[in-house]
Design a protein around this ligand. Structure first.
Ligand code: AMP
Ligand code: GLY
Length: 757
């Protein structure tokens, strides 16, 4: 059978790679294809995808039996219709069915008509109506350009002003051209996202393995949205029950609804799902394979893709048994510097031979006249590996990256990390002894924090961290800090909540070096206990690993010590060391810049963080820890054990505006602020200038503690403060994603904290 594949990205390379495994394939052509696809197919360079007549002519000339369309645009343009009229079989829906992706307005109305659960919404083509609607909305929203906008047409505004700007840009400014002349405003939902694709012949629906995409450019889901920075499948978060529910309540009604409306859908129907607290909701439908999900899903497909595609086109999908290989696959996208805004391209690629269960799908590559491979797009490769389980697939993928080189390559280091952490913990065996079991439980969580700089971690005598990145800095300065969680561990042991303690120690250390202007590189932990309990130990270390992941630092090593007789039975202690780096010119505090009149900005704390627990435990010694004080509203244990906040993501991007930072840890306001003050300035802190959370009031009353003692021991609801020039305050506060408080100012004095009421 001769097949023509339309498209030129990583998705199409994955499709071509799968088709090439079919014994039924005689010859594969790709329009326009890419150099990777070119190794499997004949690329056609002298024909436009928009030239339907030309494509039909080509199909006749080359006796093409089946056309498979990768991207949405040709489908929305009616390529399948033109081919059908010419009697050429096409895997991919006709224009009318492709509307389910090409028009979000159609898609939302369609879901409403067929009772398919999705976010509530309204549609607009006039700015006045849209703004009027916006005025009446009291929940967070999402604004979507109705038409195809290459993944850029979805805006998640945080303020009404942002929403208004987005609406004006689409409806008046024409930023998305025709795609934005109509908009959908919908309720913003929350929850993990899953991509579920299904093969369909217009009647039968067969789901593929559920996958997860990683849309944001940076680790920890930070930064702007991209076309997708990586994916993995199957997604363990999506249970068999959820899969059944999604097929029965979302996919089947969509396929039968389209058929009933005279728009039968043949091809791949992609549902972007959100697992909300209220159930599974559809974010969007797409009329084609997802990218990069397809790169992770197709390697696990056992059944012949040619057979499936043909059965769909011929309306006999019911007859085909679709089988999947066990195990998991992961795709890590290797992107150009500047992606997604302005990718830098044209760089030489060095690609060594890759051995094993791995394939490097090409997306943005081209060959020059001499046959040298060059980067030519934002996403250059989708490096895909598969293995018996997800952790080993992930490990394998990251190991293989070093065989691929182009200038300023960027990629996320946390593809599938959350799933790896969850999967490992849940699946680890129960039949091994405590020590090995503890290590087994924590090993993958630790590994999931590894950045490419980690050369040796678990199991080595010393952790090795590649410091060559520091060569790009002008004057790198390393910052190190060691700390412990303190007596909070005793409370945690009493109520059996351990994960938060792991987060406490990491975040405490992150904040300690953040106030000197540093970004963390790696962390080492120490865990000591009377008797090793694997689950408890793993909980703490997983908490440590999670917090490390969140801030993008590696958990490079650690020590677990069993010391019966030193600690009381059931008790434990946690400590850790962090190492970070900063430019010498950026060391905080900028003491010379501090002056009277500078303003103190306070950032909220999540609770007592890691200080004052000796006093707290004394005050509440007789109080049951599950007691709910009405003012506090949650059980005491929960309020007291809330994990220490990391201020890294909030504050680090703002360091240029900040003259000094103080972490309000042990010693509270009275002792911590003077650590950043020169001898001729006082910090005037105005009590009452921020809302003190009720926990502190309960504590003060119950313990009968003097007010200044409270400010000496506790953070009183402010975990960190920044000193900012008075002129910069408004812009500074406006640029932060959460409410902050002006809590005082610097005044001439003697390097002390002055509390004023
Ligand atoms: P879409 O192209 O519709 O999938 O939107 C792109 C991304 O925007 C999704 O993957 C979500 O992360 C986010 N998004 C879209 N719609 C919503 C919604 N109603 N609530 C929350 N997030 C959304
Ligand atoms: N990965 C998202 C999409 O293919 O639309």
């Amino acid at each position: 059978m001769n097949i023509l594949l339309i498209g030129s990205g990583g998705r199409e390379h994955a499709i071509a790679w799968k088709l090439a495994q079919s014994p039924r394939l005689k010859k594969l052509f790709a329009l326009p294809g890419n150099p990777g696809i070119g190794q499997l197919a004949e690329n056609i360079n002298d024909l436009s995808v928009d030239d339907h007549a030309g494509i039909i002519r080509f199909c006749r000339q080359e006796a093409i039996d089946l056309v498979i369309v990768g991207p949405e645009a040709p489908l929305a343009n009616g390529l399948a219709d033109s081919l059908a009229e010419a009697g050429i079989r096409c895997f991919g829906p006709r224009q009318a069915a492709a509307e389910i992706e090409a028009s979000k307005v159609f898609s939302k109305h369609f879901m409403a008509r067929h009772g398919i659960p999705t976010a509530r919404y309204a549609t607009f083509n006039k700015i006045t109506d849209a703004l009027q609607y916006l005025d009446g909305v009291d929940y967070p929203i999402v604004i979507k350009a109705s038409g195809l906008a290459a993944g850029k047409g979805v805006i998640l505004p945080d303020t009404k002003a942002e929403a208004e700007t987005a609406l004006r840009e689409m409806l008046e400014g024409g930023v998305f051209g025709a795609a934005g002349t109509e908009v959908v405003i919908e309720e913003r939902m929350s929850g993990p996202e899953v991509s579920l694709m299904a093969f369909t012949d217009g009647k039968t629906v067969v789901p593929m393995l559920p996958a997860q995409d990683h849309k944001r450019i940076y680790d920890g889901d930070q930064g702007p949205n991209t076309g997708g920075m990586g994916a993995y499948a199957p997604a363990p978060i999506f249970t068999t029950e959820m899969l059944e529910e999604a097929v029965d309540n979302l996919l089947k009604p969509a396929v039968s609804g389209l058929r009933l409306e005279g728009r039968p859908f043949v091809g791949v129907l992609y549902a972007g799902l959100m697992l909300t607290p209220d159930g599974i909701r559809v974010l969007e439908f797409n009329c084609r394979f997802g990218d990069p999900e397809t790169q992770a899903v197709l390697p696990l497909l056992d059944t012949d893709l040619v057979e499936i595609a043909e059965a769909c086109v011929d309306g006999r999908l019911r007859e085909v048994e679709i089988r999947w290989n066990p195990g998991a696959a992961v795709c890590v996208v290797l992107a150009s510097k500047g992606y997604p805004e302005k990718p830098e391209t044209g760089y030489e690629i060095k690609l060594e031979a890759l051995l094993g269960d791995v394939v490097c799908f090409h997306a943005g590559t081209k060959e020059n006249d001499t046959g040298q491979l060059l980067t030519s797009g934002g996403r250059v490769f989708g490096l895909t590996t598969w293995s018996a389980d997800l952790p080993s697939a992930v490990k394998n993928a990251y190991e293989k990256i070093r065989h691929i080189y182009f200038k300023d390559m960027q990629y996320r280091t946390d593809i599938a990390a959350k799933a790896v952490m969850g999967a490992t913990y849940a699946n680890s065996g129960v039949d091994i002894d405590a020590g090995n079991r503890a290590v087994a439980l924590m090993k993958d969580a630790v590994r999931a924090t590894y950045t490419p700089a980690v050369l040796a971690g678990i199991g080595s005598f010393g952790g090795l961290f590649d410091a060559s990145a520091l060569k790009d800095m002008a004057n790198p300065v390393l910052v190190a800090s060691t700390d412990g969680v303190g007596t909070k561990v005793k409370l945690a042991a009493m109520v059996g909540r351990f994960r938060g303690i792991g987060q406490d120690i990491v975040n405490h250390c992150i904040n300690d070096i953040l106030v000197q202007g540093a970004r963390p590189l790696f962390f080492m932990d120490y865990f000591a206990t009377s008797k090793l309990n694997p689950e408890q130990t793993a909980e703490v270390v997983i908490g440590i690993a999670e917090a490390c992941r969140d801030a993008g630092l590696a958990l490079l090593g650690g020590e677990t010590a069993e010391m019966p007789g030193v600690y009381q039975p059931g008790e434990f202690d946690v400590a850790g060391t962090i190492v970070g780096v900063l430019e010498r010119d950026n060391i905080l505090p900028k003491t010379d810049a501090l002056k009277a009149g500078d303003v103190l900005i306070g950032f909220r704390s999540s609770g007592p963080h890691t200080n004052g627990y000796s006093l707290i435990r004394k005050v509440f010694a007789e109080t049951p820890l599950d007691k709910v004080f009405p003012e506090i509203g949650v059980p005491l244990a929960e309020a007291l054990l809330a994990p220490h906040r990391s201020y890294f993501k909030l504050v680090y991007p703002q360091l240029a505006t900040i003259k000094a930072l103080a972490h309000l840890t042990g010693g509270g306001f009275i002792e911590n602020i003077p650590r950043i003050l020169p001898g001729h300035l006082d910090a005037v802190v105005r009590i009452g200038s921020w809302p003190v959370p009720p926990l502190w009031k309960v504590l003060q009353q119950k313990g009968n503690i003097a007010l200044d003692e409270m400010y000496r021991v506790f953070n009183m609801g402010i975990g960190m403060l920044a000193v900012v020039d008075a002129n910069a305050v408004t812009a500074f506060q406006a640029s932060l994603p959460e409410e902050t408080f002006v809590i005082g100012e610097l005044a001439s004095g003697q390097g002390k904290t002055r509390l004023v009421v």
